[in-house]
Ligand binder design. Structure first.
Ligand SMILES: Nc1nc2c(c(=O)[nH]1)N[C@H]1C(S)=C(S)[C@@H](COP(=O)(O)O)O[C@H]1N2
Ligand SMILES: [Mo]
Length: 384
């Protein structure tokens, strides 16, 4: 009993002495605490960022979502080599040390998996059911791909650059792979020559974590994540369109040309705004102000505006875009909601508009299959 009284606050104060010899640990606000990544698949490792915990513009490395199709390859930077071959004047090989000695650049870029939001499709579809957190934003440091292409010298007929990772395996479920394959994608030559396309070795100022491609990965800002090849080992210049597994069977959609649906590789990110808080069925206090916040991104385009509806899509108004504009980077946004005083439920929606005037749709286009999911989704909350 004696002890309990002491702990509940009766601390003997002594004149002239400091009560605590060390600084008390700052309290972590419960709402801002990061509870860890969400497992979408154990092996290969697929982990989602709990989007409700979105705090700053930069996603810390340990909180960044992980998307992998095969087990992580363990690569030793002393042995690792990057080869650049194909339709080039001189094939080259670069060691990790050589790459790190080349002039480098740091680029901020938002990465979103093309399957982000898939859990919100009904009826339920195949594939990993990502909710809102297969997206993150980081600063990447590395060598512009264009500098390496210049070293090798491209032939005049080069159309695409294939990027290949060291991870490999066999897809044994339909649609099966032709035996063991690597993870590889191509980017157009035009994209490859963009100044911000990097062969990166650092993420937020630290060497890449294994999960994010150690020792070296590609960063293709403005395109869905599948193009940013991790554990990169081969760069191949080609004069023909690449039609590998990961851009025909997977990560491809039906694009209509002259009314003919043509299977086309997924590339640039579509406009999207997401709500971090409130969460689904969160209880928001009636009659009080509530700060609704989240992030918005539009791939290669700028975020022109983000609108919000707190009445299930009946009326819309603009939110406040925070931060400055950086190409291919999300912007955080906020909206001070005057919560109605009557207890009820509310459906909150947000929609982004890009600099080409594209607004997020309210339905998912089936031609997109299970990729590029950017339809608006109501976040239902309880006013209580
Ligand atoms: N080698 C390799 N690169 C890869 C993948 C992969 O499985 N293997 N997954 C891609 C996909 S689909 C996405 S969304 C991003 C995810 O990057 P992150 O795991 O660093 O978030 O990596 C891409 N690069
Ligand atoms: Mo992805």
């Amino acid at each position: 009993m004696q002890r309990r009284t002491f702990l509940s606050g009766v601390v003997p104060a002594m004149a002239g002495t400091t009560l605590f010899p060390f600084a008390p640990t700052p309290l972590i606000e419960k709402n801002d605490a990061f509870p860890g990544l969400i497992t979408r698949e154990k092996e290969p490792s697929n982990l989602e960022f709990p989007f409700a915990t979105l705090k700053g513009r930069i996603t810390p490395n340990a909180q960044f979502f992980v998307r992998s199709h095969f087990p992580f390859p363990k690569l030793d930077p002393d042995v690792w080599k990057l080869s650049l071959t194909g339709d080039v004047k001189r094939a080259i090989t670069i060691s990790y040390d050589e790459l790190r000695k080349m002039p480098s650049k740091t680029v901020m870029a938002t990465l979103e998996c093309a399957g982000n939001g898939r859990a919100k499709l009904a009826p339920k579809v195949k594939g990993l059911l990502w909710e809102q957190g297969a997206v993150g934003n980081a600063e990447w440091t590395g060598v512009p791909l264009s500098a390496l292409l210049e070293k090798a010298g491209l032939n005049a007929d080069v159309l695409e650059i294939i990027l290949e990772g060291a991870d490999k395996g066999e897809i044994t479920e339909e649609p099966r792979s032709p035996g063991e394959i690597r993870f590889a994608r191509s980017i157009s030559l035009k994209k490859a020559l963009e100044a911000n396309v990097l062969i990166a070795y650092q993420m937020n100022g630290k060497d890449l974590p294994i999960a994010h491609g150690y020792p070296v990965r590609a960063i293709i800002p403005g395109w869905y994540g599948m193009a940013s090849i991790k554990w990169l080992t081969n760069i191949i210049a080609t004069s023909k369109p690449f039609e590998g597994y990961w851009q025909t069977i997977e990560y491809a959609y039906w694009k209509r040309q002259a009314n003919q649906p043509t299977l086309t590789a997924v590339t640039a990110v579509e406009a999207k705004a997401e709500i971090a808080r409130p969460m689904l069925h969160e209880i928001v206090p009636a009659g009080k102000p509530y700060r609704i916040h989240g992030a918005a991104w539009c791939g290669e385009k700028s975020v022109i505006k983000v609108e919000i509806s707190t009445d299930n899509g009946l009326s819309w108004q603009g939110v406040k875009l925070l931060d400055t504009e950086i190409p291919n980077v999300w912007r955080l946004w906020e909206f001070n909601w005057h919560v109605p005083s009557k207890p009820s439920t509310a459906g909150i929606l947000v929609r982004a508009t890009d600099s080409d005037g594209h607004v997020q749709p309210d339905k998912h286009d089936p031609d997109r299959r299970t990729y590029m999911v950017n339809k608006t989704v109501a976040m239902e909350v309880e006013i209580g």
